[in-house]
Design a protein around this ligand. Structure first.
Ligand SMILES: NC(=O)c1ccc[n+]([C@@H]2O[C@H](COP(=O)([O-])OP(=O)(O)OC[C@H]3O[C@@H](n4cnc5c(N)ncnc54)[C@H](O)[C@@H]3O)[C@@H](O)[C@H]2O)c1
Length: 341
């Protein structure tokens, strides 16, 4: 089978991680790079030995000879770049949040369905080995029926700068950037239930920008569970690291980072601790291995021509929760979400 020719759009922080992941795969060829700034693009192309360079994705698509693209640009470019690539028959791995809002996300999903090109959304925590271990435990109902979860997407005493803090380029702030990790991780561990409603309090308290840096959400799911989600930048404290999720079941408690669970046969009965012996301190918290597994999965989906999960559907559901949270915060009301995909 011939190599998969992969292009990288954007040459910033996460583009480098994806390029590192791709070059570990023997059947992937880093064929082109796209960036609006020549200088940084040239340095990136030299570092990863990428032969072709383009200032716009459209120019690359016109030239052709590319099978897939990894989109790592600011959020306002995710939808137009993904849609252009999908229409050109190029498979897409797009960073989270998949779009500025659910309306854009719907258009992306529709385009993938119409064209048959694959759309994957880089909800990376689904590829972390501790998250996957815990998912297996939840699938075998290790703590019974899950009653509620709590999860965090919070930066303590720091936050991003530049385009991340401008609404017209990013769509949203800490919720769209970090809270979405906690939302997706909770949803994954719960077996991908559909959201029914969101209540949120969201604000800006630590910076001079037009996006949020502080958020608390309650999401109710169609399986009867609910999730408390915290998002933040520049927070004075976080109860857990990025994507840390706590699950409270009828027969026990489970958590990520540190990852472990406690089983209790009956309320008040003896407790048994299950410790999978992952390192207590992760360094770095977001390991390259998680992104390597994610990239290998994307490439495998292309080879097998199967719809990736997380794909456009999972990304869209997360965007609906984010949109509903912003609406709830502005109206002060619980916002229902249509359960249909
Ligand atoms: N999954 C994760 O762990 C993770 C981590 C970081 C970022 N991300 C996501 O990846 C995406 C990129 O984030 P990043 O941290 O790499 O950002 P970054 O600022 O480091 O890189 C952004 C890239 O886009 C280019 N760019 C900036 N403004 C542009 C414009 N106006 N037009 C065209 N190109 C422009 C920059 O030149 C740069 O190459 C975001 O959507 C972010 O949410 C995901």
């Amino acid at each position: 089978m011939s190599n998969i020719r992969l292009a990288i759009a954007g040459v910033g922080y996460i583009a480098r991680i994806h390029a590192q992941a791709a070059r570990k795969l023997a059947d992937v060829e880093l064929t082109a790079v796209v960036n609006h700034r020549q200088e940084t693009m040239a340095a990136f192309a030299a570092e990863f030995d990428i032969p072709r360079r383009y200032e716009t994705l459209e120019a690359l698509l016109q030239d052709g000879d590319v099978d897939a693209v990894s989109i790592n640009t600011p959020n306002f470019l995710h939808a137009p770049q993904s849609i252009a690539a999908l229409r050109a028959g190029v498979h897409v791995l797009v960073e989270k949040p998949m779009a500025m809002n659910a309306r854009e996300a719907e258009a992306m999903l529709r385009t993938a369905e119409e064209t048959g090109s694959l759309l994957m959304v880089a909800h990376c925590w689904r590829f972390d080995k501790e998250v996957r271990w815990l998912k297996q435990q939840m699938d075998r109902r290790a703590i019974g029926r899950i009653v509620r979860t709590k999860g965090f997407g919070v930066h303590v005493n720091w936050g991003p700068k530049g385009w991340f803090t401008q609404k017209r380029l990013a769509g949203g702030g800490a919720l769209a950037d970090m809270g979405i990790h906690a939302i997706d991780t909770a949803r994954f561990l719960l077996g991908d239930p559909l959201p029914l409603s969101v209540y949120a309090r969201i604000g800006t308290h630590y910076g001079d920008f037009d996006v949020d840096d502080t958020g608390t959400l309650i999401v109710t799911w169609d399986n009867g569970t609910y999730s408390l989600i915290e998002s933040g930048w520049w927070q004075p404290h976080a109860d857990g690291p990025e994507a840390c999720t706590l699950l409270y079941g009828t027969c026990g408690f489970a958590r990520l980072f540190p990852t472990e669970l406690t089983q209790i046969e009956t309320p008040g009965g003896a407790a048994t601790r299950v410790d999978p012996r992952f390192p207590r301190e992760r360094s770095p918290h977001c390991p390259q291995a998680m992104y390597d597994t994610q990239m290998a999965y994307f490439i495998d989906c292309i080879r097998q021509h199967r719809t990736p999960v997380p794909g456009g559907r999972e990304g869209l559901i997360n965007m609906r929760i984010v949109d509903a949270a912003y609406e709830s915060a502005s109206t002060g009301r619980v916002v229902p979400i249509q359960p249909s995909p």
